[in-house]
Design a protein around this ligand. Sequence first.
Ligand code: ASP
Ligand code: MG
Length: 462
Amino acid sequence: MKLVIMKFGGTSVESGPAMRRVAEIVRKSPAESTLVVLSACAGVTNQLLRIGNLAAEGRAEDAVGLVQAIAQRHSVIAHDLLPDAEATAAQSFLDVAAAELLALVRGISVLGELTPRSIDLLASYGERLSSFVFELHLRHTGTPSTLLDARTFMITDDQYTHAIPDLPEMRHRLHRVALPLLNEHRVIVTQGFIGATRAGITTTIGRGGSDHSAALIGALLDAEEIQIWTDVDGILTADPSVVPNARRIRIMSFREASELAYFGARVLHPETILPAIEKSIPVRVLNSRRPSSQGTLIVAEPRTTQHCIVKSIAYKEGVTMISIVSTRMFLAHGFLENVFDVFHKYSTVVHTVATSDVSVSATVNDTSRLDEIVMELQRFATVTVDRRKAIVCVVGDQLRNSMGLAARVLRSITHVNINMISQGASEINISFVIDEDNVETTVQALHQEFFDNGDQNQEIFD
Ligand code: ASP
Ligand code: MG
């Protein structure tokens, strides 16, 4: 294998033992060249953002306490992973970082103002600290490696906290700074999530951005594969806490992964890996706690000889269903527009929708502005609100070609009352709304129907 990008999330680098496992995974990788993208240790980004808020609210002492806790956590990891001499060097680095953070806290609390630019500078310390300690450990344990500050190549605009990467500039810089190191077979360790403007001011590309960093770097360097290492075995056929015998999906399409993410599968947000998919670079989701598992491979168009209709069953609880029946505009044009204008006005995202001539059913997760929405809808419609609903969603690329599939889905769950059904334009999912109390039995029944059939589809499922 030529170049492989390995991205490790926060839980994969949360402690000394976790980092040790990651170093082992990197060491054993068969790739010719490797570029490692790290997240901050689990929880640290949240703490850094909290530090900023505390400082801005004038609670500088609490902020200082949190800075010390973060420094202490990395110091414990460094002492766990490094021999004395290196640990001392790491400690001086951590001391400098802590001093910088404290200066930042003072600045923010004097001004009483937390700007997006300061937020990004603060947040960047999470990835900078984790990658610094990890790279020392990697090098110390015999893997030739180099720490490459992402701010030297991850060039973005200045929309702080959600900066947009400048791809041509990134490509140019990556080729200049990263390729020579990779050609010497040095493992590059860098930070996800953070970048810098052309003027060198630190930025971040949005929460959870490390997957995106990895996908961009992989796409710009024409990597052979991008690996997203997390703390689960990959993407499963159902939530294992509901279906204990859920199976790992070996291979799936990008479209399937997107539908699943939308319905609450927590593994990764597929839009973030779009740069890789567009260049047909396979993305593999793997478990750093169980590296022997093959994970889930996400590709643009899976080619398997085996046929399978349903790939996975997802669900989302805490859904509210709003039924809107027109009182006067029977078949009037503009009815749907009026309905959606109201949701838009209150910045509420509508998820599943089903319509008939005179009625619309819609589901929302965010009910913070529901009262206002309902009041406004009532000007031209009769509105009913049902809370404690859930959406269950059956996903699979082949759904659109499968006759009788909807019947099979419905037949397997005759015990539940379905409030609304929708098969979206993508035609690769069928979703329906039910009472929250029925989620478990519904998901189990569907899983039984579509997956509990012995060892078929070995190519697709574990
Ligand atoms: N550390 C950042 C965050 O928690 C980025 C990431 O982990 O992907 O949002
Ligand atoms: Mg994360």
